[in-house]
Structures are given as C-alpha cells and as structure tokens.
Design a protein around this ligand. Sequence first.
Ligand code: GLY
Length: 351
Amino acid sequence: MNTVYPTLITNDLRSELSKAIGGHPANDIYVLTDTTTQQECLPYLYSCGLSDECRVITVAAGDANKNIAAAVQVWEYLSSHGATRKSLLINLGGGMITDLGGFAASTFKRGIRYLNIPTSLLGAVDAATGGKTGVNLMGLKNEIGVFNPADRVLIDVHFFKSLDAHNLRSGYAEMVKHALIDTQAEWKEILAFNLEEVDFDRLRVLVERSVRIKERVVEQDPTEKNIRKALNLGHTFGHAFETFSHRIGQPALHGYAVMWGLLCELYLSFVQHQFPKEELLRLNYMMKENYGKLEFGCADYEVLYELMTHDKKNDEGFVNFTLLSGIGQIQLNCTADKELIFETLDFYLNT
Ligand code: GLY
C-alpha cells in the first residue's frame, strides 16, 4: 500500500490543481459533487481553472445517501461515459463525498486515481486524509470500504469561510483531538484559538499542523491495527452521543458529539491513567464556552451504554477506549465496565 499522504494546504488552488491534474485530458476527468457542493463549490473550482469539459457526477447530499446505491450511480456514470483505468476522479465535498468517491474510485476497474478537495473543515482535518474510504450499509457506518489513499488532497481554506459557526466548530473538535494526542505545545495553540472571531490565516496554519499529526499517525499504521486507534479518542462516547441525539430528534453535528465524547474519555483517562485534572478542566471550559452540552438524564444512561456496547471495536462485556495518561501519552485498548461508564456520565452531567 502507498503510505505517502501528500496533503497540500494551499492558498493557490489554481496552481496546485493544475499540478495535480498534470495535463490529464479534461474529458477524462470526472468531478464528484453532491447537490450542495455542485451549487456552492464547483463554481470556485472553475474559477481556479478546472475545465468545463470535465464531467460532473452529482449525488444527493447527506450521510444518509452515502450508500451502495450512490456508489453504483458513480460506477455506472464512469462506465457509461467510457472511463478507463487511467481516468481521474476529483471528489469535491465533505466527508460523505470523499468517502464515497474514494470508495468508488478504489473499486472501479480495480482502482483509478482520485483527488480529494474537502469543502468542510471536518472533512479536511479528518475524512479526506488517511485513506479510509467507504459507504454505509443497513444503518451501519462505513460497513463496506477499503483503505486506499487519495493521490492528492488539496485543502483550500477559502471553502471554510462560508461555513456557519456550528460547522466550523464541528471540524475544530477533530483538531482538538489531534492536539490532545500530540504535544503540550499543540494543545496550547488549539486552546488559544478564538472560535468567536475566526482568523482564517491562523486557522490555515492550525489545519496544516492538525493534518500533519493525523498523517504521522496513519503513516505508522495505515490499516488501524495499532497506533491509528489513537484517532478514535473521544469517539466511543462520541458515537453514542451522536446516535442518541438523532434518536431524540435533536441531531448533533459529528464534531459536537466528539467534543462531548472527549470530555468523557478524558475523565476516564483521569480515573484510570492519572491524566492531569487541570487539562480535563481546561477541555471542560473550552467545551462549555463553544459547544454547549447534549441534554439527557440518568434515565438515558442505559440507552447510551447500549449504544456504546454495539460499537464494533468492543470485546465481550467491556467497552473499548483509547485513553491518555497525559497530553500525547496514548493508552490503546483500554476498557471500562458499566459502573465506570455510568460514573463518567454523572461527571459529564454534573461538571
Ligand atoms: N477518522 C479516524 C481515522 O481516520 O482513523
């Protein structure tokens, strides 16, 4: 497997796009968008020199449409328009599009080249890099997929300027996670950033650093046998909160659920691995200021616990976590029982 992940964070998409395309014939370039990015992001790509002879494939927006039917739509379009093993697919969108397009490209004729151009902060710092591709099946997230990195990931902060405050914060939560698994210096920088008045030049610098953290982890363990599990920090509680929020009709963005999950998993880290209390309280303060809290009560603990036990990363009877014994001190394959998980939910509600 190719373990080089050439993600470029650029102010000059025109020139980087041209280099990435490298003279490939325009009528053999396929651009995958969803209905939203076709309207809102594709014109910018044309303004950066993308030829209007490129063929555009548009699928319905939203994670509910990240399914095998959408992959079939992409495969059928490619096949019926004469795409070959040499064709190029450009995925323009958030995580739904880069996951779907990466999967469709990786499997069409046993694999064609693809580029990711993420249009959300969340997509840029998470889904677009690292080579995880896939679609959902029967309500199970990313049930079908392959590891296969994009040829190039081109990140242009321009796209983030039109994101609303919630989507910006959602992406930022994954940057918080990257800093926590990295160094005290990164953690300090991430805490200092003002999400109320976003300085996009500064954000660009932080995005670059965040993506490099992810790349360094993925490079050591592309297929998540070991250290890549560090990227799951916050996600065991986080996925349960996310699913629960949808069930109660108050759907939370992924990054919000991750931020709430980070607080819980740093609490577990504090209890089990002496993670410093002052850092736990710093995260709590930052979370309350910027993300608020998911509303639930003790009566919901059983449901949340059930959601955690259904996570495919679990062994029998215990829920698996990645925890920290300090900033950047990763503890893989940790477990917690029901009693400790309930205690953690108490902490979340009462802190
Ligand atoms: N989203 C975590 C990873 O790519 O491994």
